[in-house]
Design a protein around this ligand. Structure first.
Ligand SMILES: [Zn+2]
Length: 233
């Protein structure tokens, strides 16, 4: 039975850093869900419905096809256990981990485009951060992050996605510096990614942690300030 659960970015990165699995992982494969897309997303129920569909398609396997799914506002869901071979890229599942954005990045129907576009999809970077954590855990680099379309005639994860930009973003999260993701939460476009140019400043504020995930409350209009909260200490 599929058993999806939602985690914060910080929790997800920590669990990944401590993963112990017997399976050899050579690459991470990125997907989009296509249907349902970002406009259909209502939370973990959307993820669970995808899991039920996969379980119906592959009854012997009876699990979610992807290992991780990402929601439009940076939500992270662990789906199929990492030690279990997924069902997301035919012929290439045994040595890979499959991650999927709940989105249609294929330039679909007009009413979808605002939400289902990597340029404005605020959860894109959250996924890249998790993919970077997976790469670090399994000793991979950004060149080992592939798109489903590399292994199939499908266009997944959508024609609007650029693999080289995606890999570069993953690499930025693996560069060994202090990395900060600020989720403002009040508007999808206000998701801010900062790789601090002043490492000493961030370290003074937040200590030596490799990944810091914060909540932020934006009061730019009334106070010209962004309030940030230290993640998980
Ligand atoms: Zn795919």
């Amino acid at each position: 039975m599929p058993n999806e659960r939602q985690l914060t970015l910080d929790e997800a990165c920590r669990e990944i850093a401590q993963l112990q699995i017997d399976r050899r992982i050579d690459y991470i494969i990125v997907h989009h869900s296509w249907e349902p897309s970002a406009v259909d997303f209502i939370g973990i129920e959307t993820v669970a419905s995808i899991g039920r569909t996969h379980a119906r398609w592959w009854p012997i396997r009876n699990d979610h096809g992807y290992h991780v799914q990402f929601g439009p506002s940076g939500e992270v869901f662990f789906c199929c256990p990492f030690e279990k071979v997924g069902a997301h890229a035919k012929g290439f599942n045994s040595r890979s981990i499959g991650v999927a954005y709940i989105a249609d990045f294929g330039g679909g129907p007009t009413e979808r485009r605002a939400l289902d576009n990597p340029a404005t999809y605020t959860g894109l970077a959250a996924g890249q951060l998790v993919v970077a954590a997976l790469c670090e855990r399994f000793g991979l680099d950004e060149e080992d992050v592939d798109f489903h379309s590399d292994y199939s005639s499908k266009t997944c994860p959508g024609t609007l996605m650029d693999k080289y930009e995606y890999r570069q973003a993953v690499a930025r999260f693996m560069d060994g510096g202090v990395k900060v993701v600020v989720l403002t939460g009040d508007a999808r476009r206000d998701f801010v990614i900062a790789t601090s140019p002043r490492k000493d400043e961030w370290q003074e504020l937040f200590g030596d942690r490799e990944h810091i995930v914060l909540d932020a409350y934006k009061h730019l209009d009334d106070q010209s300030k962004v309030y940030i909260r230290k993640g998980g200490e």
